[in-house]
Ligand binder design. Structure first.
Ligand code: CO
Length: 210
């Protein structure tokens, strides 16, 4: 199939529907974007950022990768964070994981997944750091859910360690970093209670984790 006609048809209907409700919507957005939020989430098709929090185009800046990781050598993710913080001046960075994450499951399985193992290795490191609390869970699904949560918290810490976030805090900018988790089985978001608003809070949060 050379063209995905059904998707173009849906696109026309979607754009027409929005224009009907708000004729200036697209022309207004075409001038600038002023999102308040940066979302760092998983690529999983069941976890679409904008839909989950019911926001319109223009309201949320998004970066997604397998298992919502913030890796300090990942120029893609770092560029997104820098642009969001320095240029868009977002007030909130949300790291959102989800239960049932295939990346986290792969890290727990120990099976070979090819190239992806290099990415998953970052989650295996988190497992290693928290192995005593994780191994104490006899139930496999509980262990999986806990690692999904720990992964989010560690990624919140990684966001806080980026130079741009530290600089923003030093300059007195309002910037909150949040850790959330989404349940694909009921569509409900949960705040993991690790929100930090400055570097001291971030360090204290990280200390509580280990
Ligand atoms: Co996932």
């Amino acid at each position: 199939m050379r063209t995905l006609k059904n998707l173009f048809d849906r696109n026309r209907e979607w754009a027409a529907g929005i224009k009907e409700k708000d004729p200036e919507f697209f022309s207004r957005l075409s001038h600038q974007q002023t999102p308040q939020y940066l979302w760092i989430g998983c690529s999983d098709s069941r976890v679409p950022a904008t839909e989950i929090v019911d926001l319109a185009p223009g309201e949320i800046f998004v970066h997604r990768n397998i298992a919502n990781l913030v890796v300090h050598s990942d120029l893609n993710c770092l560029s997104v964070i820098q642009f969001a913080v320095d240029v868009l001046k977002v007030k909130h960075i949300i790291v959102c994981g989800h239960y049932g994450c295939g990346g986290v499951r792969a890290a727990l399985s120990g099976e070979n997944h090819g190239l992806m193992d290099n990415w998953i290795q970052h989650i295996r490191e988190i497992y290693r750091q928290h192995h005593s609390v994780l191994d104490a869970k006899s139930d496999e699904s509980e262990r999986h859910r806990l690692l999904c949560e720990l992964n989010v918290k560690e990624q919140v810490w990684n966001v806080c360690q980026t130079t741009f976030v530290k600089e923003a805090w030093k300059s007195g900018a309002e910037l909150n970093v949040h850790g959330w988790i989404y349940d694909i089985s009921d569509g409900i978001l949960k705040d993991l209670g690790v929100t930090v608003t400055d570097y001291a809070e971030a360090s204290a949060m990280r200390a509580r984790l280990s």
